[in-house]
Design a protein around this ligand. Structure first.
Ligand code: SAH
Length: 447
């Protein structure tokens, strides 16, 4: 071990910071946050060290920093001079702050960039609310000690609280519910421990998932997923997690919705941590609402984790501003699903909004969509677009008007998930071809 890590209690203790620039201020900030009485000085006078427990130097001439280092070391006061390892008697780690938890990472001064990379990974893996879990445990400290006098038993109960649904509830901002689980664990009336997360996986690219979704995938006992979920996303799951495919192909439902609801309920009742993974967002045409209702009725704790819905992913990758101050002030998500061959869309208000329309499951009913919109007054020249496999490296686009799309879609489609987008903003989409051609124009011709 290159350096010995410790955590100093600086509350009310004097710390000298020498230097006047931005770096010195940045060094002073965490010292202040730790409660130190920081003395900031532009120059160095040895008397400034009187009563100090720590000294830091940055943004000052080298002779000043050398004097500070020598004087501090002579008096046995730990000293750190920024970017001058030869003048330091201690180094500062990269910090992940989850107060009251603090995680400190050091490469022994060898590769600070590596420390920062490790810190970034820890930042992603440890939920921001982790500290609140410690605070909750603190609240129950004396109760826990008296209810569970046996140390081994206490450790077991705390571990299950810190890794189970109580922790998940804290991370999702439901501290009151988590407190109920703490209480029932102490009285021995522990519920089964099962919980269901309705998680949005986004459009398919693993790095378009939220950090919360990624963490839950890594922790789940069982993952119940459908067709839109690709391998890149499933690879993030725990290796030994059970995977259950309940995919639905249009007009050919593999598992009916009631069975999926029943499956989620029975898995949770077995005490499993279940992630119900859905493409895009679970509450956008994903029947997440029905699953949430069924779980609620069955008394199963559940949480919903949002995801990047297809319309947002498609628009971003096709460079279509869903709203644009000069063109559109609204965006509407509708379904192209038909009931007895008819679209269930209220066309008059949709056309009147004059905004961007994103149609999910709309490619099959494209002719009805076109006829409905045009017969309610939409201009035939309104820009429209089909986007297949949006948000992935297989994204394909077909641009034109609804008339063009209706004519060309049957030959164009590869049968991947496809979104229909209509509206003036679609015409503002900046295609890659336009960007590369504008780069060859003389500067004055560029907009
Ligand atoms: N919950 C999902 C939508 C499920 S409905 C979400 O929020 O995105 C399924 C429909 O969503 C598909 O028929 C298609 O219209 C659309 N869709 C889903 N993923 C897509 C993708 N990657 N590219 C284009 N459309 C997509």
């Amino acid at each position: 071990m290159q350096h010995f890590p410790i955590f100093l209690d600086l509350t009310g203790r004097a710390v000298l910071v020498v230097g006047e620039g931005e770096v010195a201020a940045r060094k002073a900030a965490p010292l202040l946050a730790a409660g130190a009485a920081v003395r900031m000085r532009g120059g160095f006078d040895s008397a400034d060290l009187d009563g100090c427990v720590l000294a830091v130097g940055a943004d000052a001439p080298l002779d000043v920093l050398m004097a500070l280092s020598a004087a501090a070391q002579l008096r046995g006061i730990p000293v750190n001079i920024v970017d001058k390892p030869e003048l330091c008697s201690f180094i500062t780690p990269a910090i992940v702050d989850r107060a009251p938890m603090t995680i400190a990472v050091s490469s022994g001064g060898v590769a600070p960039v590596l420390s920062r990379l490790i810190r970034a990974r820890i930042e992603a893996a440890v939920p921001p609310a982790f500290g609140r879990l410690a605070a909750l445990a603190e609240r129950f400290k004396s109760q826990i000690r008296s209810a569970l006098p046996d140390l081994a038993q206490r450790r077991r109960v705390l571990e299950s609280l810190f890794t189970g649904p109580a922790a998940d509830l804290v991370f999702a901002g439901h501290e009151a519910d988590a407190a109920i689980l703490f209480e029932s664990a102490l009285t021995g009336h522990s519920p089964s421990g099962g919980i269901v997360f309705l998680v949005g996986a986004g459009p398919g690219a693993a790095d378009l998932m939220t950090l919360r979704a990624q963490r839950l995938l890594g922790e789940a006992d069982v993952i119940v997923h459908d067709r839109l979920i690709g391998d890149a996303v499933l690879d993030l799951a725990r290796r030994d997690a059970r995977r259950i495919y309940v995919g639905k192909v249009r007009a050919h439902h593999c598992v009916v919705q009631e069975d999926i609801n029943g499956l989620l309920i029975s898995l949770a009742k077995e005490g499993q941590k279940v992630v119900r993974l859905k493409g895009g967002d679970p509450f956008v045409f994903g029947r997440g609402g029905e699953e949430a209702e069924a779980l609620h009725e069955a008394g199963i704790p559940f949480e919903v984790v949002p995801g990047v819905t297809a319309a947002l992913a498609c628009a971003a990758q096709a460079r279509i501003p869903l709203t644009h101050r000069a063109a559109t002030r609204s965006v509407t998500f509708v379904t192209g699903h038909t009931k007895e061959g008819r679209l269930d869309i209220d066309f008059a208000p949709l056309v009147a909004l004059n905004g961007t329309i994103a149609v999910y499951m709309g490619i099959v009913s494209l002719p009805q969509l076109r006829d409905g919109l045009f017969s309610h007054g939409m201009a035939r020249s309104t820009p429209a677009m089909l986007i297949e496999n949006g948000g992935s490296n297989k994204q394909r686009e077909l641009r034109g008007t609804l008339d063009v799309l209706v004519a060309e879609a049957p030959n164009w489609t590869n049968k991947g998930p496809t979104l229909v987008m209509v509206g003036a903003a679609v015409g503002r989409g900046i295609a890659w071809a336009e960007i590369s051609s504008s780069a060859t124009l003389p500067p004055q011709a560029q907009v």
